[in-house]
Design a protein around this ligand. Sequence first.
Ligand SMILES: *[C@@H]1O[C@H](CO)[C@@H](O)[C@H](O)[C@H]1NC(C)=O
Ligand SMILES: *[C@@H]1O[C@H](CO)[C@@H](O)[C@H](O)[C@H]1NC(C)=O
Ligand SMILES: *[C@@H]1O[C@H](CO)[C@@H](O)[C@H](O)[C@H]1NC(C)=O
Ligand SMILES: *[C@@H]1O[C@H](CO)[C@@H](O)[C@H](O)[C@H]1NC(C)=O
Ligand SMILES: *[C@@H]1O[C@H](CO)[C@@H](O)[C@H](O)[C@H]1NC(C)=O
Ligand SMILES: *[C@@H]1O[C@H](CO)[C@@H](O)[C@H](O)[C@H]1NC(C)=O
Ligand SMILES: *[C@@H]1O[C@H](CO)[C@@H](O)[C@H](O)[C@H]1NC(C)=O
Ligand SMILES: *[C@@H]1O[C@H](CO)[C@@H](O)[C@H](O)[C@H]1NC(C)=O
Ligand SMILES: *[C@@H]1O[C@H](CO)[C@@H](O)[C@H](O)[C@H]1NC(C)=O
Length: 629
Amino acid sequence: MWCLELLLTLLLIINDASCQWNVWVPRDISAMTNSCVVIPCTFMYPSGIRPYRGIHGIWYFGQPYPQLFPPVVFKTRTDIVHESYKGRTKLLGDLHQRNCTLLINNIGPEHSGRYYFRADLGGANMYTYPDFSELRVLDQPNIDVPEEIVSDESLELTCYAPDNCPDMTPEIQWMYTDYLPDPEFSTDYQEDSNTAVLSSTLTFTPRPMHNGQLLGCRVSYPNTTLVYERLISLDIKYAPRSVWVNVSSEVMEGRSVVLHCEVESNPHSRISWMFGDQELIWDEASNISLSLDDVMPAQEGLYTCVGNNGFGMMNTSLYLAVKYPPREPVVNNSMTVVEGTSLALHCSTQGSPAPTLTWLKDGELIGTITADELSVLQIIDITPQGDGQYRCLAENEHGRASSSFNITVEYAPVLLEESKCTVIREGVQCVCMATGNPEPTIEFYLPDLNITINESDRRYNFYTHIDGYTSTGMIKLREKGERADSGGPAVNVHCSIFNMYGRESVLLELQQEKKYMMAVIVGTIGGVAVIAFIIAAVRYVGQNNKKENGNPRQEVVLENPALSYSAVKKDKQNLRKKVLKTELLGSKFNSILEETTGEDGDYQPVGSMAGLEKQEMNYAVLEFIRARP
Ligand SMILES: *[C@@H]1O[C@H](CO)[C@@H](O)[C@H](O)[C@H]1NC(C)=O
Ligand SMILES: *[C@@H]1O[C@H](CO)[C@@H](O)[C@H](O)[C@H]1NC(C)=O
Ligand SMILES: *[C@@H]1O[C@H](CO)[C@@H](O)[C@H](O)[C@H]1NC(C)=O
Ligand SMILES: *[C@@H]1O[C@H](CO)[C@@H](O)[C@H](O)[C@H]1NC(C)=O
Ligand SMILES: *[C@@H]1O[C@H](CO)[C@@H](O)[C@H](O)[C@H]1NC(C)=O
Ligand SMILES: *[C@@H]1O[C@H](CO)[C@@H](O)[C@H](O)[C@H]1NC(C)=O
Ligand SMILES: *[C@@H]1O[C@H](CO)[C@@H](O)[C@H](O)[C@H]1NC(C)=O
Ligand SMILES: *[C@@H]1O[C@H](CO)[C@@H](O)[C@H](O)[C@H]1NC(C)=O
Ligand SMILES: *[C@@H]1O[C@H](CO)[C@@H](O)[C@H](O)[C@H]1NC(C)=O
């Protein structure tokens, strides 16, 4: 009938397959353990066959070949079935209606497998259909989980419960959904090839925090104790959401340091430590440690830990400071400059923390203190006192270092106070002291005699001494008992000092020793006639000796020949009014330059004239230069 209709439908064109041996069973069917399952089944047999003594059927488990004696699930002719199906199976369909629908109750995992139907139409018309229905017995519901769950993207999870047991209708509940943000649930019922599946879909948007959390699907059959649960742990992929690194830290030069980085992401990130553009280390892990040994100052800087897991990347940086004591400062080279020059002196160094730079001159603090890597000391118009050793000292909490250099200041000669002529026993000794750089050359000039005496001129007793930048020159003028060969007038002594930066010529003053004062009278006299006057005057002055001594400036004129030692005196008006007492070493002062070398080559200590008091003489001397007697 059925076949005929089908044939009609097919317009009788072909010898239709549906009228051959054919069975329709669901290819797959599933059921929960301990529940039941109905395998819907209809079959066909060739229309030519007339069933003989009714239609019988057999359900086999596992395989279709009777000769291999597969377990019998159900058999209509007898009630002999395989032990594991005893009392559990029932044919719901009417075979005469070609309905071979089978019920299996109280199924267990051992019942999973293929079920084959065999039609027995009597005689030789027995046929096992090769099409089978594969039963899966589940002890847990299935949950469809997407292969990849990505954070912040909407997620659908579907839980399935087979609904192939007519007496029991499943219910599905989701478990542990309380913590989910706005979960939505929807149920669906699907029938396919005569099997039914109930499903429940949970929709929500997972966050990184939900990674690893449990979700469950519970299938239960009301009015029974049957409950099935399936738990899943959410594996939620998310980009790095935190990159933890050490707080910025510091390390002493030469030590080691470990920089730690932890990246929270799923899956693990490729973590790398970068220094500038340079990747120092990487690993695919949750954390990574960068060890730096023997750290150098050049390794100071920003270290960045980058995490990248394909879902996103993130980075965090830290600053590593490398501490070290100051390096030896770099300063200017030693230099020679001319006075009046302005200088900028540089001192630079490195250190961490930035060193304090201090300038010292000859050990004394003079300079700016800067906490910097460069200090510039400005010297405006350097003076001779600026000559010396300059030191730049760099200090920080880890140490100190310094460098020095010398500045040599060149300057024009300067006459020193000590320059003077002194009356001594043998005559007069003139000392000229000057400083200068280069050390000054000293010459004496006797204008009255038109004589210049310098070092190279060995005819005269000329002593020089150089000590550092100070030059000393000395000559002695001594009585000779006879007139000067020139027979000239009184002699002034000039001292000339010079170097490449200047020249100065000064008239030397005659320095009075306390006990050998010489009176000086201001006026113009000459010749022998003067002497009595002088004596008288000196006597007078002698009484005032104690009041008036100590003034070093005066002029002396000696009688025969007349010699005058002129002091440096600009204020001659003032001088003229002074009367001083002086002791001379002899009655005559034939001032002659001693024409020897060698003897008396040392400095004559000025003023050590013991035992000469009795020869004290007083003179009144009138200033005259180039005066004739
Ligand atoms: C086969 O029998 C079952 C149980 O009686 C019934 O539910 C089903 O509808 C029948 N199938 C067909 C195709 O008639
Ligand atoms: C469960 O049993 C109660 C009464 O015992 C009945 O009212 C209810 O309909 C049953 N529910 C199901 C799903 O069979
Ligand atoms: C960085 O942190 C790790 C872990 O806390 C620690 O072991 C390490 O010493 C830290 N490194 C520095 C330089 O602070
Ligand atoms: C760091 O990673 C290692 C494996 O790479 C792991 O054993 C260790 O627990 C991690 N440490 C931390 C603090 O996460
Ligand atoms: C770190 O991240 C910032 C932006 O977040 C990016 O501009 C920078 O290039 C990153 N640095 C590295 C080394 O990846
Ligand atoms: C000192 O050195 C610095 C840097 O080399 C230079 O600029 C400066 O002119 C030098 N100063 C002198 C006085 O030479
Ligand atoms: C500076 O001069 C002193 C002596 O005055 C000397 O000992 C030192 O070596 C000199 N320094 C330099 C850098 O020339
Ligand atoms: C001084 O002597 C020089 C030669 O030594 C001579 O040329 C000069 O004219 C003289 N001056 C006087 C003023 O006599
Ligand atoms: C010394 O003086 C003479 C003549 O006055 C001169 O020729 C000579 O160069 C001078 N010597 C020095 C060292 O100045």
